[in-house]
Ligand binder design. Structure first.
Ligand SMILES: *Cc1c(COP(=O)(O)O)cnc(C)c1O
Length: 349
């Protein structure tokens, strides 16, 4: 559990940069919005955003406003920050002051954002969300005209800038995603008839962005693939590799097994035991058992206290990727990363 005998999540700037370059090249001419929610998929949102902004990424998706405010301090005034969760008025005020773009998916939230911008004399940068079938959030076809019209009125009064339209895909089947895109484009077209331009249109996350160019808008929202997390049961991605590895030192050599300092208290799912291999100085070895703060690994000749075991990473020592671990237990790679507790030391190189 942390400390020098515990696990370290080692995030690699060169790999993150290479992933961003691969995604950026793949999606051109669409612009990349890098999603850094869940503290940058466990790697650290401030670090990830700093590296990405330096690499030329101009948009960041944070989910919530507090994360966007933290990133504003990291990346300066130029990059656009997009926070899409419906938020409290105090948070809206802070977002308006920091020029954070807001995703707006209900008429009530739209009213509140306009009211706060009017009260502060600020300009709210708004991306209207279309409900394209997920029914999670987003203006329905019945609400769309009213939403666009009231945003346009506030824009004429100088309190709103209508920046874009967006939605989210289920990524369950191509047919459903095609139908969702059709509803999205209908809404954008209708907004145009009402007089709204909506220059930034964004619909796709990692998997659809990568595989379905016809669904991309002028902007794409990509999290997992930037961090090198491929989709569970999805294809390998040329040019993309896990941007972090989890390493732990050998604490004890016990016959033909070794004990390393990483366990379920650190966020490792204990049901991984017996299902996956990890990386060692001698190559892949079976992960035999996971306890609270230690795991047992099949040993190797010459194993010594202090040797480094790689629980997941890029494969250089025989270890699997986060997604391969996830597949062994029926989950997604993001969960392997995001479950790691804050006690796991983060190291950046
Ligand atoms: C998480 C999220 C994304 C990014 O998803 P990835 O699959 O990690 O690329 C994009 N848009 C929204 C609304 C999200 O919640």
């Amino acid at each position: 559990m942390g400390g020098l005998t515990g696990p370290v999540l080692r995030a690699d700037e060169a790999v993150l940069r290479a992933n961003i370059a691969a995604v950026t090249a793949r999606v051109a001419p669409s612009a990349l919005m890098m999603v850094v929610k869940d503290d940058g998929y466990g790697l650290g949102a401030p670090w990830a955003a700093r590296v990405a902004a330096d690499a030329g990424v101009g948009w960041f998706g944070t989910y919530d406003i507090p994360t966007a405010l933290r990133l504003r301090d990291e990346v300066g005034a130029a990059p656009r920050l997009f926070a899409w969760v419906t938020s409290l008025d105090e948070e809206i005020d802070a977002a308006l002051r920091a020029e954070v773009d807001l995703g707006v998916g209900t008429l009530d939230y739209l009213r509140r954002v306009i009211a706060r911008a009017t009260a502060l004399g600020a300009v709210a940068r708004i991306h209207l969300k279309v409900d394209t079938g997920l029914h999670r959030n987003g203006l329905s076809a019945d609400e769309w005209d009213e939403g666009v019209a009231s945003a346009l009125r506030a824009q004429e009064a100088g309190h709103v800038l209508l920046v874009g339209a967006w939605s989210h895909l289920a990524e369950a089947s191509d047919e459903e995603d095609d139908a969702a895109q059709a509803r999205f484009l209908d809404a954008v077209h209708r907004a145009g008839e009402l007089g709204a331009e909506l220059p930034y249109q964004h619909l796709t996350a990692s998997a659809a962005t990568w595989a379905r160019p016809e669904l991309r808008g002028s902007l794409v929202r990509v999290g997992a693939f930037c961090f090198g997390v491929r989709s569970a049961d999805g294809p390998d991605l040329p040019g993309i590799a896990p941007a972090a590895e989890l390493v732990a030192p050998v604490r004890e050599v016990d016959g033909d097994e070794v004990v390393v300092g990483a366990g379920s208290f650190d966020g490792l799912p204990s049901i991984l035991a017996g299902r996956v291999h990890v990386g060692t100085p001698a190559g892949a070895r079976a992960l035999l058992a996971i306890g609270a703060d230690a795991a047992r690994i099949a040993g190797w000749d010459g194993a010594a206290v202090g040797d480094e075991v790689v629980l997941f990473g890029r494969g250089a020592h025989g270890e699997s990727s986060p997604t391969t671990l996830a597949e062994a237990i029926g989950t997604v790679g993001e969960e392997i990363l995001c479950r790691l507790t804050p006690h796991v030391r983060r190291e950046y190189r």
